[in-house]
Design a protein around this ligand. Structure first.
Ligand code: PEP
Ligand code: MN
Length: 365
């Protein structure tokens, strides 16, 4: 297992949930100062301040970031709020400049995570330091690519790692700017134990309405923090104007969220233990049933072999799929779940039977 340090152990004095706020882009010292002042006035001091210094815009000609000069303005943030600063780095030069300017935490953006060459270049530039790195999910829902980027940083000795869930582009689903696809962050947490995932509702929703709803959902699922783009004058922001919120609105959002405690943070109650034991028992029963089911599948396979029948039979599959899905739905299981479950079981059955055929042929030869 890859050992890594969680946010509380980054040496920045952070205790969860991690709230990262600040503008999409640093625009001017006045802008940075006004955001800080309004955060203070509204009694909202985030865990970290974010600001885009170089902006990876989809089309050329839009504002591409203020550049290194903006990093000097981060002193204003330290002066007013005294909180760690995090910025996006998109190449090795950015990483070197971030180090030179004492940025506390860097993140890799979605457009960079898709490119292993760029990620490796950044990892090499950060080698030998212990700067914390957060990796946004790639534009496309590819868990391997997301994991791969985290692994590249881990491989050069950087252990202070976290992930950011900012959603995935989807040409058809217009409800979101980037579709959340909640199974992805959850799956990352399953395959990399202890990996914290910060949700970025701003880039998921793409507009001001709906940020609270997505944030609450993220907390319900057990994600570990939020990154929310915040600007004192969102309508006139130089990038992502539609989705930024004012510090006052940020405060309302944070106050409205019902933050959940991670289950592990408490001694599990007797009730939870009992329920989990019941689930363990039922999982054993499920496995016994599956074992029996596959034993019958093998007998069907033997029959098909004897009678020179091919394995896959479309009409039978259609029948199984439709009847079981209907029954499942009647038992309050979702149609999507039923279909995925049946595909999975059928796929395994077909593979087992085809393997039987091959083995029988091998014996004949
Ligand atoms: C951003 O955080 O402003 C940004 C560019 O995000 P993403 O990489 O998620 O598009
Ligand atoms: Mn942005």
């Amino acid at each position: 297992m890859k050992e890594h340090k969680q946010i509380k152990d980054w040496g920045l004095g952070l205790t969860g949930p991690t709230i990262i706020a600040g503008p999409c882009s640093a625009e001017s010292p006045e802008q940075i100062e006004q955001i800080c002042i309004e955060m203070k006035e509204n009694n909202i001091i985030p865990s970290m301040f974010r600001a885009g210094i170089w902006k990876p815009r989809t089309r050329p000609g839009s504002f591409e970031g203020i550049g290194e000069e903006g990093l000097k303005w981060m002193e204003i943030v330290r002066h007013h709020l005294n909180i760690p600063i995090t910025i996006e780095v998109g190449n090795a030069a950015h990483a070197e400049i971030a180090l030179r300017n004492n940025v506390d935490v860097v993140w890799v953006g979605a457009r960079t995570t898709v490119n292993p060459f760029a990620v490796q270049e950044i990892a090499d530039a950060l080698r030998g330091t212990d700067i914390p790195v957060m990796v946004k999910n790639p534009m496309n829902p590819d868990l391997e690519l997301w994991m791969g980027a985290l692994e590249r940083f881990h491989a050069v000795g950087l252990t202070k790692l976290a992930a950011i869930h900012r959603g995935f582009s989807d040409a058809y689903d217009k409800r979101y700017r980037n579709k959340p696809n909640w199974s992805m962050p959850m799956h990352l947490k399953r395959v990399w134990t202890g990996m914290e995932v910060i949700n970025d509702p701003s880039h998921i929703v793409g507009k001001r309405d709906g940020i609270l709803e997505i944030s609450q959902k993220a907390m319900n699922f057990g994600l570990d923090g939020l990154m929310i783009e915040t600007h004192h004058d969102p309508d006139n922001a130089w990038s992502d104007a539609k989705q930024q919120v004012t510090p006052a609105r940020l405060k309302e959002i944070i106050d409205a969220i019902d933050f959940k405690k991670p289950v592990e943070s408490e001694q599990p109650s007797e009730r939870l233990n009992d329920l989990r034991r019941a689930v363990d028992h039922m999982d054993d029963q499920l496995l016994d049933i599956l074992q029996e089911r596959f034993a019958v599948i093998d007998q069907i396979g033997a029959h098909k072999r004897e009678h020179h029948l091919s394995v896959f039979q479309s009409d039978r599959w259609k029948d199984v799929m439709e009847s079981r899905t209907q029954k499942g739905v009647a038992k309050n299981l979702s149609e999507k779940f039923m279909k995925e479950l049946l595909y999975c079981i059928h796929e395994e059955s077909v593979k087992r039977q085809e393997k039987q055929l091959r083995e029988a042929d091998a014996v004949k030869k």
